[in-house]
Design a protein around this ligand. Structure first.
Ligand SMILES: Cc1cc2nc3c(=O)[nH]c(=O)nc-3n(C[C@H](O)[C@H](O)[C@H](O)COP(=O)(O)OP(=O)(O)OC[C@H]3O[C@@H](n4cnc5c(N)ncnc54)[C@H](O)[C@@H]3O)c2cc1C
Length: 435
């Protein structure tokens, strides 16, 4: 039985492979005193930093408040898989957004990866970005899903190549006997060092004049047309406020917080592997995912480790013996790593919405929010920042596509929503095992 505990958090980056290999060490000061700004962004993950950067590129005066450190949340802890696409099952929303809305979502799903590539090139961000990704099938129903996905993407005009692979072809790409086939995306998706990407984007934003304050949690938010945010030692009045706290945004905006469930996922990295081991595991340096509810996701790092994630659960807790449990999971995929040590292990929280679509919208007056990317936010956060910047600049078309998609609060209130959805996840895990 898995013993679960609440992860221990400080206001510094969690002890991870990413923090240990961060290549920018800038510290931004805490907020003090009374300030005014055009746009205040709350939260310094990919959502907040990219919103700030997009606005600064358009000439706005922007201030960003981060409760801890830039990239402290899911952004600086995730699997680093840069995957295109926004949410799942777009056709479910046809009655709300029409065929044009569905096409717009599809286009945004492509654009989000392009933004990551553009940022890295334009601002010279050193974050090991590399393209190449593969979905792997554990059973025939997974393969059927990949065939449908490929057909759908092709029918929408997807320009990147995709290849359906049989068992042997997958075995040539990944040193595991677990899989029966796969869908290879050699150029459309990829992976990177996410903390270095976010720190580089924050540096670019600061160079364009964005005022960044770290270790400045917003404790109170006054909404309306001249909204104001309060921290322990300061306050800022803004023309617009954008809430980008995602799963970590507790307290200051209960209305949107009730629309997501904070779910935990855990990641480990091995010690550095030999060139021979790396070539045996993933010779073409792909990022890899299986399609289960509690999936395995993994890739190699630029310094030659296996970075392996999984154990997603809706309790918001991590296993008390994290590395031990993760080692067992790794050995199911790669039994050849029996004697390999794990050097880092950590967990993070992601926001999950009831319909599994990212949420972008407006609260009272000029307060906007974005959240709920589930385990698929590295690239989508980048387009959300752009669309919110467009909205603030007066172009509402793409923002309105999201605003029309309904996002219901989780049933059960604060006390019951986590246990109910922990149960729901057990059901889906069981279904993954049986079907
Ligand atoms: C373990 C894990 C693995 C994942 N793997 C992948 C993956 O491989 N690929 C992928 O695409 N996605 C992945 N995801 C999802 C992805 O990481 C997230 O969707 C994305 O990083 C969300 O970014 P964000 O900026 O919205 O939120 P976060 O990165 O969580 O940032 C929110 C920030 O807001 C700050 N904040 C909160 N409240 C306040 C406040 N009151 N005042 C000031 N600041 C505040 C927090 O301190 C935090 O830094 C994973 C997530 C997890 C947890």
């Amino acid at each position: 039985m898995l013993g679960l505990k609440k992860p221990l958090e400080t206001s510094e980056h969690t002890d991870s492979y990413y923090a240990a290999t961060a290549n920018i060490n800038t510290r931004y000061p805490p907020l003090e005193g009374s300030h005014k700004t055009d746009v205040l962004v709350i939260g310094g993950g990919f959502s907040g930093v990219n919103t700030a950067l997009e606005l600064a590129e358009r000439g706005y005066q922007v201030t960003l408040l981060e409760a801890n450190r830039i990239g402290w949340g899911a952004t600086g802890r995730n699997g680093g898989q840069v995957i295109g696409g926004i949410g799942h099952g777009h056709s479910r929303f046809k009655k709300h957004i029409g065929a044009a809305g569905i096409k717009a979502l599809y286009d945004m799903g492509n654009e989000c990866v392009d933004i990551v590539k553009e940022r890295v090139a334009k601002y010279n961000i050193n974050c090991d970005l590399t393209m190449g990704y593969m979905d792997v099938a554990l059973k025939p129903s997974h393969m059927e899903g990949f065939i449908e996905e490929k057909q759908e993407l092709e029918s929408l005009g997807y320009t990147h190549k995709m290849h359906l692979l049989d068992q042997q072809q997958v075995r040539d790409q990944v040193g595991s006997d677990l899989y029966i086939g796969g869908l290879l995306h050699p150029t459309g998706h990829g992976h990177c060092h996410v903390l270095n990407l976010c720190l580089g984007e924050a540096q670019a934003a600061a160079n364009l004049g964005v005022q960044i304050f770290e270790q400045s949690p917003v404790t109170k938010l006054q909404q309306g047309n001249n909204p104001t945010a309060y921290t322990a030692y300061g306050q800022i009045q803004a023309q617009h406020i954008v809430l980008c706290g995602n799963a970590y945004l507790a307290g200051i905006a209960p209305k949107i917080h009730s629309r997501i469930l904070p779910a935990n996922s855990s990641v480990v990295t091995t010690e550095k592997l030999t060139t021979e081991q790396l070539n045996d595991l993933i010779p073409n340096n792909l990022a890899i995912c299986d399609p289960r509810t509690a999936l395995d996701y993994y890739r190699l790092t630029a310094d030659g480790r296996l970075l392996f994630g999984g154990l997603s659960n809706y309790t918001g807790r991590e296993p008390s013996n994290l590395n031990e449990v993760m080692k067992e999971k790794i050995l199911k995929v790669f039994p050849q790593l029996q004697d390999t040590q794990l050097e880092y292990g950590w967990s993070g929280q992601m926001g999950i919405g009831i319909n599994r679509m990212p949420q972008l919208g407006r609260l009272d007056g000029n307060v906007y929010y974005m959240q709920a990317y589930a385990g698929h936010g590295v690239a989508p956060t980048h387009i959300m920042g752009r669309i919110t910047a467009e909205m603030i600049a007066g172009q509402a078309e793409r923002f309105d596509v999201f605003a029309k998609i309904p996002h219901w609060p989780f049933p059960g209130g604060k006390l019951l929503r986590t246990p109910s959805f922990a149960l729901a996840m057990m059901y889906y895990k069981l279904k993954d095992e049986l079907l």
